[in-house]
Write a protein that binds this ligand. Sequence first.
Ligand SMILES: Nc1ncnc2c1ncn2[C@@H]1O[C@H](COP(=O)(O)OP(=O)(O)OP(=O)(O)O)[C@@H](O)[C@H]1O
Ligand SMILES: Nc1ncnc2c1ncn2[C@@H]1O[C@H](COP(=O)(O)OP(=O)(O)OP(=O)(O)O)[C@@H](O)[C@H]1O
Ligand SMILES: [Mg+2]
Ligand SMILES: [Mg+2]
Lengths: 160, 160, 165, 165
Amino acid sequence: AHQRFSSTFNEIRENFKKVFSMLFREDDFCDLILEEHPDDPLNHKVEIIAKPRGKRPTNIEQLSGGEKTLTAIALLFAIYLVKPSPFCILDEVDAPLDDANVGRFANLIKEFSKNTQFIVITHNKKTMDYCEVLYGVTMQETGISKLVGVKLDTAENLVS
Amino acid sequence: AHQRFSSTFNEIRENFKKVFSMLFREDDFCDLILEEHPDDPLNHKVEIIAKPRGKRPTNIEQLSGGEKTLTAIALLFAIYLVKPSPFCILDEVDAPLDDANVGRFANLIKEFSKNTQFIVITHNKKTMDYCEVLYGVTMQETGISKLVGVKLDTAENLVS
Amino acid sequence: MYLSELQLHGFKSFANKTAVKFDSGITAVVGPNGCGKSNIVDALRWVLGEQRTSMLRSSAMQNVIFNGTSSKKALGMAEVSLTIENDKAILPVEYTSVTISRRLYRSGESEYLLNGTVCRLRDIIDLFMDTGMGPGAYSVIELKMVEDILSDKNNDRRRLFEEAA
Amino acid sequence: MYLSELQLHGFKSFANKTAVKFDSGITAVVGPNGCGKSNIVDALRWVLGEQRTSMLRSSAMQNVIFNGTSSKKALGMAEVSLTIENDKAILPVEYTSVTISRRLYRSGESEYLLNGTVCRLRDIIDLFMDTGMGPGAYSVIELKMVEDILSDKNNDRRRLFEEAA
Ligand SMILES: Nc1ncnc2c1ncn2[C@@H]1O[C@H](COP(=O)(O)OP(=O)(O)OP(=O)(O)O)[C@@H](O)[C@H]1O
Ligand SMILES: Nc1ncnc2c1ncn2[C@@H]1O[C@H](COP(=O)(O)OP(=O)(O)OP(=O)(O)O)[C@@H](O)[C@H]1O
Ligand SMILES: [Mg+2]
Ligand SMILES: [Mg+2]
């Protein structure tokens, strides 16, 4: 079991480095470290190292809200890729991201959509631009949801 | 001490109803309930009731991300108003809100700004429209923050 | 293998029968706060066999049935159906597409259906074995998970790693 | 009473001396992820006497000093100054405005200043007694608090109510 955890950990670490480099820039550094506890071998913690662009944060807590979210998205994807499902649902994960990072996030989805079907819930107009199909959900009748198929310009009215 | 907690609780409850009605609509219902534990009088919990527009959520967990955020903002403001500081800082609390709710949130700030100075951190262009002064923070030089005073149209370039 | 259609009837805010046809690439779902977008995600989890009410933002399973508004009475049943295209023959090859359905009545009685025939949850789990789909499969990414993996309060990271192993 | 200016030098990502002049109404602070906006909030908390490093997203107090980048060396001191206008004579009337400053050196030595004169944190706390300002005063609203008050995991709600009482 420890063997299998180790190989899974290494695979996740590989994926994390790859996805992180797609979401951040080339000179950004990241890593995953398994803290071994010699006295408690079954309970090591996983440490996340993320250092964007020449910055030297002592740990990920020092990173900004958006930087942390992007790092977490990279790690969640890295784990997902070990046993990928045919589809992946993203519920408003782009909310803390600025426009440039939304673009990188959307490009990541586009890249992975060759092998994975995505359903993306968002309030962000830039994210919507990257999606082939747009559905609007409305609640004209109090408390009752209704679906409408939507073209992009209509979507902008729909989200207000 | 129990007396003072009770009167503070009632004041917060009054404030909560008032602020909630500014953020939601007229037929939306809210309340705060102090769950008394006869066997543990020092440890009652505060329960939040929020029922937007004809919906009947059994508890606030059933509400959507945006509805919960708006309810929490109303409660945090209600508590703040008991012992108001001369200034209030809002750090990206509008991120989960759609355009209509951002508008209500911004109107709330505008209303309270008669007596309170606000510093609002945001990525949202609609929120920016309501602010008198806009500062942009940039990081041209790696890892070093720089401040620029900004007019609204420049701000739109600044956030990407 | 991809999802082609999700049908909701009486599930949370979807009081009326609604069909969502997904694109095989990227489908966006947009709309104002509280209109029902995350309820669609809950419906997907639910029809794939999710039993943990906490994952469905509910304290009791019956809470997923449309509970009425000031203008419409509560319904007695929730039903969700998901149609999956078997284009890569990952599922047994006799199926070109598979429709799984789940129903829940106010009484607490519930049913699962496979292509319209009543079956057990076990049959659905067996069908999706090794496809990466089904209860517990890791297919939803939301901000709550972002916070949990960053704060790592309950050794969440390690738990996620172990589930992938 | 309102904040007129915040000066940062060597505090987190503000390696160079920076002055932020606030509007007496609503001032917006915008910019890309990671550019330093929340660091300004941390600076405000810090100069008002915040001692809890967890509220400053730091594991040790010295972490608020600019820790260098690949192109600029770390600094040896962090200094933040806040100027408050006493327009409503809430503070003792001889002050038209008050400037409080806080300095921290890598050695761990720190200083507080009131209108340029070294003083103790106690003097600053006494000055702001009953004004609603100062350490522990409730002036920042952020999404983390939104989550805490909703989940109420550690009876956070009750604690906030008691602090207001
Ligand atoms: N059983 C139910 N019956 C009727 N309405 C329900 C039921 N369960 C939840 N709801 C309603 O559904 C709404 C939540 O919808 P949902 O979470 O899908 O919103 P959303 O579109 O994701 O919004 P946001 O953008 O704020 O995240 C709530 O207003 C809630 O009252
Ligand atoms: N002591 C320090 N020295 C240098 N840089 C630091 C220090 N502490 C934090 N930083 C850097 O400051 C950045 C965080 O800035 P901040 O949290 O203010 O961003 P933000 O503008 O709020 O972004 P977001 O929109 O994502 O919330 C991080 O990249 C971090 O590495
Ligand atoms: Mg939602
Ligand atoms: Mg921030």
